[in-house]
Design a protein around this ligand. Structure first.
Ligand code: SAM
Length: 254
């Protein structure tokens, strides 16, 4: 039986007692059928990951005692995912996958052909937290409230932004990977695509590069996964001076 991981907002240190959120208590008790005494892992980006024990669980409330640290905190490359509003289920799926693929900030944006706002920020943040707990990362991406695309671009800090652009002259996304460094970002359009004026506006911004994901027209969620996969692989495994990427192996569970 695998040991469940719980993300904690509060500072973690051996001996501390921490409260679970209602969603975590529900998930541990009802879905995973854990009871007080069960082994857990508690983590956050600032303090790392700790062994922990479930000390109390009643309906939507629960408490955890923190044990010894088992993973030190790490600096993660900053990778922002900008997603044009999708329908509720598709947006939830996209947020889950963006979290698994290492996005550190998820920015829902509103474009002219958006059919939906993508759902409530709180729900998307809960999905991101659950995905982070499941995929063994130490941080949970920040989920921003949905904003108009032009407002996000007008306030942009200049980090390179790759924009998935189909049916438009754009260089293959692969070409951008060798020089890619954090912070950087990836934007996918809505199901109906960007309007020409939106792409013209994007192309004029000095921090934007239009990128192709190949000859097939992908669903927006698929495009998000394809682009983020390539970018996060490149950021997580940078080449050394000879161009070689170091082998990597995840620590064994337990
Ligand atoms: N309705 C559009 C059309 O038929 O021209 C297709 C939009 S596509 C379903 C949704 C989004 O995924 C696009 O706005 C774009 O960001 C991204 N996308 C899909 N396929 C792509 C490709 N081959 N290259 C780059 N981006 C792509």
């Amino acid at each position: 039986m695998s040991i469940p991981r719980v993300h904690m907002e509060q500072a973690l240190a051996e001996g501390a007692e921490c409260a679970l959120t209602p969603a975590q208590a529900h998930h541990l008790g009802v879905v995973l059928r854990r009871a007080p005494g069960a082994a857990l892992r508690a983590f956050n980006a600032t303090d790392g990951e700790f062994e922990a024990e479930l000390t109390a669980l009643r309906k939507e409330r629960g408490a955890v005692r923190i044990g010894p640290r088992r993973r030190e905190p790490v600096v993660e490359p900053e990778l922002r995912a900008l997603i044009a509003g999708l329908k509720r289920d598709a947006m939830g799926w996209a947020v889950e996958k963006a979290t698994e693929l290492g996005a550190t900030r998820i920015i829902p944006v509103l474009t002219r052909r958006c059919v939906a706002e993508g759902g409530k920020t709180e729900r998307l943040a809960t999905i991101a937290r659950g995905a982070a707990e499941q995929c063994e990362r130490l941080s949970v991406p920040v989920v921003d409230p949905a904003r108009p695309l032009h407002a996000v671009l007008d306030a942009w800090d200049g980090a390179p932004l790759l924009v998935a652009a189909e049916r438009r002259e754009s260089r293959p996304l692969l070409e951008f990977l060798p020089g890619l460094s954090a912070p950087c970002a990836f934007l996918v359009g809505p199901e109906g695509g960007f309007e020409r004026a939106e792409l013209d506006d994007l192309a004029r911004r000095p921090f934007v590069s239009l990128a192709s994901l190949g000859p097939r027209i992908l669903r927006a969620e698929t495009a998000l996964v394809a682009g983020l996969s390539a970018m996060s692989l490149s950021l997580d495994h940078p080449p050394d001076a000879s161009g070689t990427r170091a082998p990597h192996v995840q620590p064994r569970p337990g």
